[in-house]
Write a protein that binds this ligand. Structure first.
Ligand SMILES: [Fe+2]
Length: 166
């Protein structure tokens, strides 16, 4: 895809976001299924359901642009899924800090993606049928980020790790 205009750039970033969210529906399902704690499993399951709706909202944005939904590969999203699998022993749950790291990184990636899309949408003076679904997705990502940050600070997780000092 040639990127020559702001519209092109918006379209390309939208395709990336679509790929990322669809990848994360699968990743979050895996994370919900075998997280090491009930709190993490519940957070990932809730966000998996939200992410399914986010995919639909992105499809609404494509429709508002008069385009068919199309995904462009995001190596960052693929890398997160691969990273989790490579750090999980067969048949076991990954340590909580691994799932938190993957989950937090995924949300930050998505937040940055929506911030970029909304900046472009503003410059292009796009209407509410494009801006609002993106704002709703961004809000859910921020809420999920906060929830995961809250879990990270709980002593049950940080307290489960040794310092490594004698
Ligand atoms: Fe998310």
């Amino acid at each position: 895809m040639n990127i020559e205009t702001l519209e092109d750039s918006f379209g390309f970033q939208l395709q990336h976001a679509y790929y990322v969210e669809r990848t994360h529906v699968e990743l979050l399902a895996e994370m919900a299924a075998d997280a090491a704690s009930d709190e993490l499993a519940e957070a990932f399951a809730t966000h998996r359901d939200e992410t399914e709706r986010q995919v639909e909202r992105l499809e609404d944005v494509f429709a508002a642009l008069g385009r068919r939904p199309r995904a462009s590969r995001s190596r960052a999203a693929d890398g997160l899924a691969e990273s989790r699998r490579s750090r999980t022993a067969d048949g076991e749950s990954p340590p909580e800090y691994v799932d938190l790291e993957i989950g937090l990184t995924a949300e930050r990636l998505e937040i940055r993606s929506y911030e970029g899309l909304l900046t472009l949408a503003g410059r292009l003076a796009y209407a509410d049928d494009i801006v609002e679904p993106l704002e709703e997705n961004l809000e859910e990502e921020r809420t999920t980020l906060q929830r995961l940050e809250g879990l990270e600070t709980e002593t049950s997780i940080t307290g489960s790790l040794e310092t490594g000092r004698p």
